[in-house]
Write a protein that binds this ligand. Structure first.
Ligand SMILES: [Zn+2]
Length: 500
């Protein structure tokens, strides 16, 4: 006899991964066996599927049914694969036609009573199925609205295995989900309120904010403790364009996996604000995505960053360098997306009050405070220092004007780097920066070279300044950076950031 195979995706290290459920029916008994690559049996999966089918009132055939998974090494199988296994068994048992299975993917956990239970990763799984050109997905009814957020996929939501059977045999689709309730989505996904022009105290950092937004560069801000400096996160986010379809699905899937109700695609880049009490687990994630993944494709703001536990700051180096988080699990590691733009705020000195440099904290105290940032300080592209006395009220540009300039600069960068596979200046690798077609003339980079020779800039920092120079040039509508753009970039990078 031939085995029946059904394609599915299971969740393992690295997110959704393709797998094949193979089901064989043999005469001479009435058992169900689930076998792993090492000959081990998987009683929990077997029991869920067996009980789910028989408790749905479906007859069990006079056949022994054997389930196995390919490729090997995927065990234990994530519970979201239950529905694919159940569908394959129903086909092997003769309840449904195999053709109903070959063009769809199935995701859902099967309860002992035959109920199809929701899985928080549904959106990620459906997005991955769509990428593999599956046009029909069968998902738990409770997740159907989420699954419908993925463009170009027909979604069948089922509450029970009986409903699955009805759909697969009669072709009757369960009623589509009605409009969901409105849920608060935390800080992500909300329409951007029309922000007023930058407040006076923020005006001196206007250019730094604009460059950070246009190039997606990491930004450090030191400001007097009485200023509401975390508002910079809102302002920065208000300047950047909406996420495109692919990124919106990615972000929505991560928020759904974290347990947030996601009824509409998250179109605005998320903003996550965290304070010094944040733990490594809440930052990186554990069973659920952490703050750094909830800020994926958006902004992560660390408020009063020098007060964070050093291990939290240290743990951020991997996502900052590789745009992912790798989490150790009982079996292997899991990789979760974490492409964030960082904003780091700090005070001029460790104490919570503002005072002049001549009183209060000593120079060594200030230095020790700043040093607490050392795990991430070299990842900051721009460091802006806002003086307590700053902010003559000037008529600033509207945020709409700023946004228009940022959007145009992003579009220019995206068009230039598209052949290299990048979209923002912050992503450009050293290789691409060095390529003759993108090399900035020596006359323009001369001041940068001098700083490098004097040991005031590292080679890494040199690259960061070049990326900033590209953004300055894009904001001016120029073709490539000139000496002026490089000078501006050096000022933004602030090579004397640690010495004052
Ligand atoms: Zn002080």
């Amino acid at each position: 006899m031939t085995a029946l195979t059904v394609a599915t995706l299971t969740l393992d290290a690295g997110g959704p991964r393709e797998a094949i459920v193979q089901v064989s029916a043999l005469t001479g008994g009435r058992t169900l066996v689930a076998v792993g690559p090492d000959g081990a049996s998987y009683p929990e999966l077997r029991d869920r599927v067996y009980a789910g089918i028989t408790n749905s009132g479906l007859s069990w055939p006079d056949r022994n049914i054997i389930i196995s998974f390919a490729p090997l090494g995927l065990w234990p199988v994530h519970p979201s694969s239950d529905l694919a296994v159940a569908a394959a068994v129903l086909a092997a048992a003769g309840h449904i036609q195999f053709t109903a299975l070959s063009e769809a993917m199935f995701f859902g956990e099967v309860g002992l009573d035959g109920a199809v239970r929701p899985v928080p990763e549904t959106l990620a799984l459906v997005a991955a199925a769509a990428e593999r050109e599956y046009r029909t997905v069968v998902v738990p009814a409770a997740n159907a609205r989420q699954a419908m957020l993925v463009p170009g996929v027909r979604v069948i939501g089922v509450n029970t295995l009986s409903e699955l059977l009805t759909w697969a045999t009669v072709g009757t689709e369960p009623a589509p989900p009605g409009p969901g309730q409105d849920h608060a989505m935390g800080t992500a996904g909300q329409a951007e309120p029309d922000l007023p022009p930058l407040p006076a105290w923020m005006q001196p950092t206007r250019f730094a904010l604009e460059v950070a937004a246009a190039g997606r560069h990491h930004l450090g801000v030191t400001a007097a403790p009485e200023l509401p400096v975390r508002l910079i996160g809102q302002y920065l986010r208000s300047l950047v364009p909406d996420l495109d379809d692919r990124h919106a699905v990615e972000v929505s899937a991560l928020h759904a996996a974290a347990g947030y109700p996601v009824d509409a695609l998250i179109r605005r880049p998320p903003l996550q604000v965290s304070g010094p009490k944040t733990s490594v687990t809440s930052m990186l994630g554990g069973k659920r995505p952490g703050l750094v993944s909830l800020a994926h494709r958006g902004v992560l703001l660390l408020h009063n960053a020098p007060d964070f536990a050093p291990e939290v700051l240290h743990a951020l180096r991997q996502p900052l360098d590789r745009r992912i988080v790798q989490l150790a699990r009982a079996r292997g590691t899991t990789t979760v997306a974490a492409d964030v733009q960082l904003i780091v705020t700090s005070r001029p000195c460790p104490c919570p009050a503002t005072h002049s440099t001549s009183s209060g904290c000593s120079t060594p105290e200030r230095r020790r405070y700043r040093n607490q940032l050392r795990a991430i300080s070299d990842r900051l592209d721009i460091v802006a220092i806002i003086e307590a006395t700053a902010g003559e009220a000037t008529a600033g540009e509207s945020t709409a004007t700023l946004t228009a300039r940022v959007v145009a600069a992003r579009a220019a960068a995206a068009a230039r780097w598209a052949p290299e596979g990048f979209s923002t200046n912050a992503e450009i690798t050293k290789d691409v920066l060095r390529r003759p077609s993108f090399r900035i003339p020596a006359s323009a980079t001369e001041p940068l070279r001098r700083l490098l020779d004097a040991g005031q800039l590292s080679v890494q920092a040199y690259g960061r300044v070049l990326r900033l120079a590209w953004t300055v040039s894009d904001l001016r509508g120029a073709r490539s950076p000139d000496r002026d753009a490089v000078d501006s970039a050096i000022e933004l990078y602030n090579p004397r950031r640690y010495t004052s």
